[in-house]
Structures are given as C-alpha cells and as structure tokens.
Ligand binder design. Sequence first.
Ligand SMILES: *Cc1c(COP(=O)(O)O)cnc(C)c1O
Length: 479
Amino acid sequence: MKLLFERSRPGRGSVLLPPCDVPEVTYDAGLLRAEAPRLPEIAEVDLGRHYTELAKQTHGVNDGFYPLGSCTMKYNPRVNEEAAAQPGFTQLHPLQPVETVQGAMEVLATAEKLLCEITGMDGMSFQPAAGAHGEYTGLLLIRKYHQARGDSARTKIIVPDSAHGTNPASATMAGFQVVSVPSNDQGGVDLDALRQAVGPDTAGLMLTNPNTVGLFDPNILEITQIIHDAGGLCYYDGANLNAVMGHVRPGDMGFDCVHLNLHKTFSTPHGGGGPGSGPVGCKAFLEPFLPTPRAKEVNGAYAWQTPEQTMGQVRSFYGNFLVVVKALTYILTLGKQGIPEASAGAVLNANYLMKQLADEGYEMSYPGLCMHEFVMTLQGLAHETGATAMDIAKGLLDFGIHPPTMYFPLIVHEALMVEPTETESPETLDQAAQVFKTLLQAAKDDPDSLHTAPHRCPVGRPDEVTAARHPVLRYEFEA
Ligand SMILES: *Cc1c(COP(=O)(O)O)cnc(C)c1O
C-alpha cells in the first residue's frame, strides 16, 4: 500500500485552523527554518482511507481469536473507554492544585485499595508504565530494603529458567547479578537446585505463578520460605494473575512485592504500543521505599505524600493515569464475584482447547491440567513432516487467527504457547480447534504448502532478522 508521503499532492490538505485569538508575535529570523518541512499534504477523505486500509492489514481482538500466550489479549469492555474518556479525567494537568483533582486522586487511592486486596499487598505505586518497568521498580524496592539494613552483600537475584525474558533483564538493569535455576520435570522450580542457589548473597527471587508454561507451582510456599530463610525477598511477576485473581493472592503465597500488568489482567487494549501500566505493590515493611508521590487520604481529603525513604520517581507524575481508570472500571464492573469468575473462565477455556488439541494429536509439553495457558511442542511433528511451529503459526493467519506465542518459553523446543482468555465463546474455541486440526493434516499431507503460508495475508513472511536489525524507520525522499 502507498505511504502518506506517496499519496501527498502539493496544496491538498485537511486542516482548518481557527482564527488567531492571541496577539501575533515576531520571531527572531534565526529561529525560523529555511524551508518548509516536507509534511504530507492530503485531503481528509484520503487520509481516512489510508488509516482504514492500514487498520485492515492488522489483526486485533476485534478481528478474531488472538491466543497470544503470556500476553492475555482479552476483550476489553467499551465501558472502560467511556469512563477513561470523561473530560474530568482527560483534561487534567498533572500539576493542578490538589483541591481541584480530588476525584482523580480518589481513583488512584481506590484502585490501590482494591488491587492490594486482590494481591494481598499493603501499598502500591502506579508510576511504572508497564510490566517490565514494574519489575525494575520492584527490584529497586528490594535493593533499597537491603541497603537500609546495611547489608551490601546481597547482589544476586534468582530467576527460574522458565521466566519471561524481562525478568533477568530487569534484574540486571537494577544492578543485580542473575542466578538461573532449572525447572523440574513437572515444569515447576527444582527445589534442590533452589536450595543450592541461595546464600548470604541472595537479594531475592523473581517468580511468575502460574509460570510461563501455564502451571501453578504446588511448592510455592516452600519456595518462598527457602528464599526468606536465606534472608532474601520474593518478587511476584503478576503478568499471569489473570489465571488466579480472586482465588489466591501472591501476598498469601509468601511474596513481598508484586507488579501487575493492568493492560493484561485488568483489561486495557495493548500491543502495538500501549500505553500500559505496571503498578508495583508491596507489604507494609517495603512501603517507605515506594516511588513518590502517592495519593493518600488525610482528614477526609486527598494529598500527595512522599514515602520517608522513597526511591524517588521512576516516571513523571503519577504513571499512565487513564489506564488506572480503565482498570478500576473493570474491577468495579465485575465486582467481588466477577473477578474470580473471570479467572475461572480463563482456566476453563484453556483446558477446553488444550484437551481438543491433545485429542487431535498435538503434543503437550506438560500433560495434565493447565491454568490460563498451555504450551505444546511441535518438535515431533517437525521431525516427522518438516512442518515447524513457525509453519503452523503462519498457517493460522490464513484462517483469521492470530498465532500463539512462538518459540517461548525457551525450555520447550518448537513451542507454541496458547492463551485463549476467558472472553472467547465455546464456538470460537471449537472453530480454532478445527483450524488446528486442518493444519495438522496439511503438515502431514503437504508440508510445502505450510512452508510458504500465509497465502491470504497482505504480508507473507517478512525477513524478521533484517526487520529487527536494520529497520527502515524514516521515509527517504527522492530529491
Ligand atoms: C508480559 C509479561 C511481562 C512484561 O510485561 P510488559 O507489560 O510487557 O512490560 C513480564 N512477565 C511476564 C510473565 C509477562 O507475560
């Protein structure tokens, strides 16, 4: 399709500026650019068509099934958008006097209270802009805690090998060394390896539960105890809370701090650039180190407060506030009953689809029940037919299904990681199972047809290495 620059014709446009209602000023000529910028000039109708064409080339939750494991691409109720679009929220300035933003501060304080109830934490900061940013902030909490006790020997963070890639990255960014512990046969943390890994240099552990293979670690209390006995703290990567919210709480599993991905579990559209929100919650003993400022109620009015030993700010102002409005709308809409129902639905849907795919002949990495997602390995199929996980994923695109997460987690070969989410109907899951069945048959009958899939999409197989290493991000004018 043509780019806006290529559609541009001199003199066309769709801008109608209102009459100037402020005094005109003259600039220092040195500040003016010599030539007008080469912005695209295009009529409104063509501009609209351009973006509609672009939108038709992408796949979103509104187009069809989107089982991208680990990402929780659930449907996001429109009422959230309506709440977040209220002018009373969108027209605020972050530096307005507190007496004029009491409602917004109440949103933050209420969301904090409810999310602390859901996670079993005592305090929360909404500053981090996404999950990975939350991890970084949580690790700074752990660092501050050890520093405040004068314990400078704790330099290591333990991360299981099934962890999301952001975990070791955040630990490194926060100044720690990463110690990887292997998984056991059941996909959980190997307890003996964990016991051997801890010591006086252990600052803490980062863990996702259920983990990235979709399994709840039954040894979780023992795991957190091992870390605490060694003097470390436990960090809960809450990206998979969609599987357990309203049923179990990280705070009760022995975790000291958590992050949540409001854009996953608490229904904000994400992918393609967010914005997200990765609030960090903690137990009371870590609250003094939280980022500043926090909205606190004092004598019936909200005020900004700075925790005594704060780590400072990890982002400007109060984080992505409108995402918090959406999350709060979602929580209040679902209520105490709906929150656990959403998780139960996510787990039911994942098991429903997993069973069908297993019956069709797809090999599951970990047999038995899963939580909100499951991982299959296509290694056997690849040996047998030459059709890889990539080929099946590309084949799905021809049927209007977004591929599952591919080649992750790294501990599973030829992995496809499927997360249907609770917002899909049985009909959609049945249809998806049919498509998977068709593709499995195609892999056996005519693997070459899959090697070149997709055949019905605007883009086939882009050169992913070049796209990642040498992305073309600027339009090059001819003259
Ligand atoms: C998505 C995810 C993250 C990172 O969250 P972002 O919001 O994408 O930064 C971390 N851990 C797990 C398990 C995840 O699924």
